[in-house]
Design a protein around this ligand. Structure first.
Ligand SMILES: C[S@@+](CC[C@H](N)C(=O)[O-])C[C@H]1O[C@@H](n2cnc3c(N)ncnc32)[C@H](O)[C@@H]1O
Length: 263
């Protein structure tokens, strides 16, 4: 046993000083449980020992960051939402704004979400009218996103026609065609502290809120509202909910699709 053993709070503080990532802003019980599970699996005797191990071992630190930022995603996740975007919301934005549409997929994981948006704009023959940026805190996920090569398990919800039209099979994997791959820019961005991408016509931040405490969700919503143009849209995950959208100048338009209104 470590003498004066660190508790989770001490681990979080040391981790923040080392990496700049505030574990404190994620839901505590869930995060602590996941970290304890990993420590047990790796036979780590306590938080201080585990911290020292991570601090001295960059690959282990990278693995740990990857482990705590849950990357679950897939193409056309929540088909009803994407159908609504394609049939109503994207055409409306294309009609209402003359300039290129700026679309930000915040917490994009390995890219399935921004690539789905890109495919939809292409089917609307409007790929040249959008600029799509995918951001995430997880470097490894972003590297995979840039590669654009996907295991079929991430493609179960895409129609056979779109699969055929937008992907090339390479062995067991599917590579997104260059036109789609090149239409999305990926960069690292920490939602907790980096400046938002301003002037967006749409922000998709889906299945990210659920990992954070209510006050952090509020902080994200304030920032997203500031980053959206009036008339622009915020799209959240199907298991997520905004209780007072008017506090952020948002109005619910469809299930998880909110529009920024003024006045
Ligand atoms: C479950 S995935 C969601 C992927 C995609 N948006 C979707 O719905 O399919 C959550 C993503 O949030 C990212 N994330 C967690 N904390 C973050 C932070 N502080 N800043 C930016 N991204 C973060 C994770 O790395 C992960 O890729």
């Amino acid at each position: 046993m470590e003498r004066h053993a660190w508790d989770y709070a001490k681990f979080k503080t040391a981790f923040y000083l080392k990496t700049g990532l505030e574990l404190d802003r994620y839901k505590d019980k869930q995060m602590e449980r996941r970290i304890r599970q990993l420590m047990e699996r790796e036979n780590q005797p306590g938080f201080q020992h585990f911290y020292n191990y991570l601090a001295k071992n960059p690959p282990a630190m990278q693995f740990f960051l990857n482990y705590i930022t849950i990357n679950t995603s897939e193409f056309f996740r929540d088909q009803i939402v994407y159908a609504k975007l394609k049939e109503e919301v994207f055409p409306e934005l294309l009609k209402n704004f003359d300039q290129k549409l700026a679309i930000w997929s915040a917490g994009c994981s390995f890219g399935a979400e921004p690539y789905t948006v890109s495919i939809l704009f292409d089917t609307l023959k409007a790929l040249d009218r959008v600029q799509i940026v995918g951001t995430d805190i997880d470097e490894k996920a972003l590297q995979e996103a840039k590669r654009g090569k996907f295991h079929p398990r991430y493609l179960v919800k895409i129609s056979p026609e779109l699969l055929q039209q937008y992907f090339v099979k390479e062995g067991e994997y599917y590579c997104v065609k260059p036109k789609i791959r090149k239409s999305v820019t990926f960069k690292r961005h920490n939602l907790l502290c980096d400046t938002p991408l301003y002037g967006c016509h749409m922000i998709l931040c889906r299945n990210v809120f659920i990992y954070f405490k209510a006050e952090t969700q509020d902080f994200f919503l304030q920032r997203f509202s500031g980053a959206l143009k009036a008339g622009g849209y915020l799209v959240i995950g199907s298991a997520e909910y905004i209780s007072n959208p008017e506090n952020y100048m948002l109005k619910k338009r469809f299930n998880t699709i909110y529009q920024k209104v003024t006045g």
